[in-house]
Write a protein that binds this ligand. Structure first.
Ligand SMILES: [Zn+2]
Length: 88
C-alpha cells in the first residue's frame, strides 16, 4: 500500500481527505501566507474549507496555535481573504 501524506485540518482535525484543504506556510524568515500551489518552502499547516474552520483563524487564533507564534491581525485577515478569493 502506498502511503498518502495526511492533511489534517488544524481546527477540526478532519483528515478524511474528502474536504478541500488549504495550505498555509511559514517560511524560515517567519513569514506566514496562504499557499495555493502547495509547494512553497517552509513549515506547512492545513485548514479545511468549512466556514467555521476558516472563521477560527480570526476568532480563535487557530494560526497562533498551529505555528506557535503571535500572528499579526493583518496577516490573519490576508490569509482568510486569500483563501476566500481562491475559492471563487
Ligand atoms: Zn476543519
Amino acid at each position: 500500500m502506498k502511503k498518502i501524506p495526511q492533511r489534517t485540518c488544524m481546527v477540526c482535525g478532519d483528515k478524511s481527505g474528502k474536504r478541500e484543504m488549504n495550505r498555509i506556510v511559514r517560511t524560515k524568515e517567519g513569514e506566514l501566507f496562504y499557499d495555493p500551489t502547495g509547494k512553497a518552502n517552509g513549515r506547512g499547516a492545513y485548514i479545511c474549507s468549512q466556514p467555521e474552520c476558516i472563521g477560527s483563524i480570526l476568532k480563535k487564533n487557530a494560526l497562533n496555535r498551529a505555528f506557535h507564534m503571535e500572528v499579526p491581525e493583518e496577516i490573519k485577515l490576508k490569509i482568510v481573504d486569500d483563501i476566500n478569493n481562491a475559492k471563487k
